[in-house]
Design a protein around this ligand. Structure first.
Ligand code: FMN
Length: 209
């Protein structure tokens, strides 16, 4: 049986798949994320790459992690420069995301031109029009299979026009968030034992305080 063939449906209704790259990709397609362009280096050495494997790791100390493929041009650049910036893209920046996810894109000055925001305090290139930029000094690099995990200490946070919607990556395409139904309409977290909506209960508790 090929690794990505379904094993069949179990008694609880799950379609159980052998672990494989396709199965993992298929599950992660269902996990919407924001989109960043991670940058490092200046002038001819400038590099940027679209990345959604970006997480806030710790608040004390302030640490952010970016997972970068071992073969990506950005990988050696962050190691050499010792800093990076995660530019959090707005809904109107899909073009920038597509550009910096393209293997044919230019590095160096054309990349700086496309990003259009000059340099940050760390020296990392900034994307004009980004919702926010998190600038980091490189703290540690951990191996992560075919990727490397770059952990940075946050040194500067820049806030842009936060009224704009974020760019979202979901099911292999780009979208923007839809407003969530109000708790009163949604019945979102029904506790299967007690049979009440946990979120509504919490709201009521809060009002009582
Ligand atoms: C929405 C999106 C998110 C991505 N996230 C990552 C990521 O977190 N890490 C990574 O290494 N590549 C990621 N990629 C793929 C790279 O952007 C792409 O492969 C890029 O061309 C790699 O750089 P290179 O051309 O220098 O190899 C992502 C692509 C897209 C479209």
């Amino acid at each position: 049986m090929p690794a990505d063939e379904p094993r069949g449906t179990d008694e609880s209704g799950w379609e159980v798949l052998e672990a494989s790259a396709d199965a993992l990709r298929g599950a992660m397609r269902l996990f919407p994320t924001g989109v960043t362009v991670v940058t490092s280096g200046q002038e001819e050495r400038a590099e940027g790459m679209t990345a959604n494997a970006v997480i806030s790791v710790s608040l004390d100390p302030l640490l952010v992690l970016v997972s970068v493929h071992k073969e990506a041009r950005l990988n050696p650049r962050i190691r050499e420069e010792g800093y990076f910036a995660a530019n959090i893209l707005a809904a109107d920046q899909e073009g920038l995301s597509r550009l910096f996810a393209s293997p044919e894109r230019s590095s160096g000055l054309p990349a700086i031109h496309s990003l259009g925001g000059g340099y940050g305090s760390t020296g990392a290139p900034l994307a004009a029009g980004a919702l926010a930029v998190i600038e980091c000094q490189l703290e540690e690099v951990y191996p992560g299979g075919d990727h490397d995990l770059f952990v940075g200490r946050v040194v500067v946070v820049r806030m842009g026009d936060t009224r704009k919607d974020p760019l979202i990556y979901h099911e292999g395409g780009y979208t923007t968030p839809r407003p969530v139904e109000r708790p009163g309409e949604a019945g979102a977290f029904v506790d299967s034992v007690r049979g009440f909506d946990v979120r509504l209960q919490r709201l009521r508790d809060r009002k009582r305080r």
